[in-house]
Design a protein around this ligand. Sequence first.
Ligand code: ZN
Ligand code: ZN
Length: 802
Amino acid sequence: MARHRSCSEAAVDNLPCTGPQQKSEWYWSEWTLSMILAGTRHIQRYAPQKEKHIQSHSAQTSMKTISEEMSKNWLTSWEFLQSKKLHCLIIKSLTVPDIFLYNNLTSVYSKFNNSNYARHVFDQIPNPNIYSWNTILSTYSKSGQLYEMQEIFDRMRSPDAVSWNSVISGHANYGTLEDSVNAYRLMLKCSFVNLSRITFSTMLILAIKHASVTLGMQVHGHIWKFGFVSYVFVGSPLVDFYSKTRRINDAKRVFDELSDRNSVVYNTMISGFFRCGMPEDSKHLFRKMPETDSVSWTAMVTGLTENGLGSEAVDIFREMILERFIIDQFTFGSVLTARGGLSSLKQGKQIHAFIIRTGYKDNIFVGSALVDMYSKCRSIHYAENVFKQMAHKNIVSWTALIVGYGQNGLSEEALRILCEMQRNGIYPDDYTLGSVISSCANLASVEEGAEFHGQALVSGLISFITVSNALITLYGKCGSIEGSHKLFNEMHVKDEVSWAALVSAYAQFGKANESIDLFEQMLEKGMKPDGVTFIGVLSACSRAGLVDKGYQYFDSMVKVNGIKPTLGQYSCMIDLLSRAGKLEEAKDFIHKMPCSPDSIGWSTLLSSCRFHNNLEIGKWAADCLLELVPEDPAGYILLSSIYAANGMRDEVSGLRRVMRDKGLIKTPGYSWIKYKNKVHEFSADDRSNPFSDKIYAELDILYTKMIDIGYKPDTNSILHDVEETEKIKMLNHHSERLAIAFGLIFIPSGLPIRVTKNLRVCGDCHNATKFISKIVQREILVRDSTRYHLFKDGTCSCGDFW
Ligand SMILES: [Zn+2]
Ligand SMILES: [Zn+2]
C-alpha cells in the first residue's frame, strides 16, 4: 500500500501551484487528470479487500471494532483532500470536462463514500451514460441511502446487470429482507437476462444473514433453472449457505456436483466441515486439494483450533511455515488462540519470536492475540509487557488485557484497567463489558461485583441482556445470591441465559431446592432450557442428593428438549451418582457413555472415591485420569490420600517417587483477602506481610484450640519427606489460613471474613476452617477455584464436597 500511496502522493504534490496568475504557464490535459484520479482510486482498493478478509475470520474478536480501526488506518483524509484538490484544478482549468472525467470524479467521491459530492458531479453531467448512472446508484447502495437509490433506479431507462445488483445489494445490506426479495423477484420477472453470479451470491448471503433456509433453497432452484449450477463462483456461496444452515450433506452434494473447483470452493467446504464439527472430513479434503493457498492453511489452523484440536493446529502452522506460505495476521491470530488453549507457554514464546522476525509485532490484531495467548497461559506479566509495547491499541487489545486479568484472578486490576481505558477515551461496548464481567466472575468480591454493576449502570450498557446476565452470574459466584435475584427481578426482558444464570447461581450456592424450583418455573413459563441450564439444575440435584430427580431431568433433556449431552452434563451425572455414594452405578454410567469422561469427570469420581473410601473404583478412576492428564499432580495427590487412608504406605511413597521423577510440582496456591481497599496476598509459609508475626501467633493459638475440640491434621496431601510435626506446621501455614488469620486480626467482628483462593481448597484446610468458624463464632467465606464455601459454626455450605 505504501508504494501506491507514494506514487499518487508524488503525482499530486508535483502539481504546480494553482493561482489565476499562473494559469497560462501550465496546461493539464483531461487525460492526465483522469489518470491521477484513477491513481487515487487505486489506493482505495485496499481497504474494502482487507475488510472482506476480516469478515471471514470473524470468530476471534469483535469485527466491528477491527474494521473501524482498519478504515481509520487505511482511509485517511489525505486521499480525500487530494481528490478535492484535483476537482478544483478541473474546475479552474477545463471549461467543459468530458464524460470520462466526470465519471471518474463521481467514482472517486463514491469510493470515499461522499454521496453529496458524487451527486453534485453527477447532476452536472449533460448526458449521463450507463456508467455514470451505475456509479451514482452504487454510491447510494453502498451508503444505505435506499430512498435516493430507488429514485435514481426508477429514472433509468435500461438498467443493466450492474444496476440491478446495486439495488439488490443495497436492500440486502441496509433494508428489509422483504424489500431485497421483492427487488430480486422483479429482476427475475423483467430482466432475467441480466442475472449473474453476483446476484445469486448476494441472495445467498442474504439467506445466511436471515437464516432463511427457504430463500436459500429457492435461489438454489433458480441457479439450476438458469443454468448456473456447475459454475464454480456460484458453487462457493451455495456450499457456504448449506454449511452455515447446518445442512452439511447438501453442501457436500453441491461441492461434489461442481464440474470445476477452485481453491475458494475447497476452502469454503473445509471451513464448512469444521463448522459442523467434522474436522476429520476437513483434514481429508485438505490433503486432497490439488493446490493449496495461504487461505486453505489458515482455514485449517482456525478450524482445528475452534474444534479443540489445538496441538494439530500448531502442527499445521509449522508445516505452513516450512512450505513457505504467506502467514498473515489471521493465521497468527488462530495459532495464538490454539496455543492459549493448550496453555503451553514455551511454544507460545516461540511463536512470539517468529512474529517478531516476520515483522508482525506492531500489528494491532496480532498484538491483541498475543496478549490473549499469554493471559490464557497464566503469564499475565508477559501479556502486560506485550500490551505496553503495542504501538497502537484499540478496544480489542484493551479487552484482551482486561479479560486476561479477570482470567488470572486479578479482578481488582481488571477494574482499574477498565477505568484507565475509559480515561484514554475508549469506552466499553456491551461485548467488552460482558466479557470483562464474565472473566472476573470467578474470583471477584461482592464489592467488585457492585463496582461492575455501577459501570454497567453509568455506561447505560445494563440494558444489554448479555451484560445483565453476566452480572447475575458474577453476583452468584461472589456469594451474593440476593444481588443475583434482585437484578434478575429488575430485568425487563429475560432470556434463557438469564434463567440459566440464576438456576446455576442457586445451585452453586448450595441452595438446591430453590434452584430446582426456579427451573420448574422456567419450564412453566414455556422457556426452553439449554445445555447450560441443565448443568445448573443437575448440579443442584447432585447437591441435594436427589438421584431420581436428576435422572429424570437428564432423560427429559435428551428426549423432550432434544439436547445431545456433552461432557458437562455427563460430569454432572457422574457427580450426582458418585456423591450419593452410588459408585458402582457411576461406573456403569461411564461405561454406557458414548465417549470417555474428561479430566473433570474422572476427578469428580476420584474425589468421591476418596470421600467414600472406595479403593477399587478410585484406582480405576485414577488410572484413567493419569492417562489423560499425566502432567497434572492433582490426580496423584487424590490417589495417594486414598492409599494413605487404607494404610498403604508403600504405594503412597511409590506415587511420591513418580511425582518427583516427573518433576511435577503443585501450582503454587495463593489466597487473597481485602482490607481497607487493599488486597493482601498470601502464599504458603509467606512472611512478606508486615504483620506476619501477629498472623503466625494467631494461627498457633487457634491450632491449640482446634486440637482441644477434636481437630486431627490430615497430612496425606503433603508430599515432602519430612517429619510429621513439620508436615503439620506446613499445613497450618497454607495460604488460606494465613489470609483467614489476617482477617480475624483486622476485620471488625460482626463482619464476615472473605477469602479467595486461586486453587481448590485442600482437604485439611477445609476441615480446619470448619473448626475455626466454630471457635471464633464468625462466618468465613472462602471462594476457591471450583466453588463457594460458607463456613459457619463448624459446618460448610458445600456439604464437604467440592
Ligand atoms: Zn490447605
Ligand atoms: Zn466447603
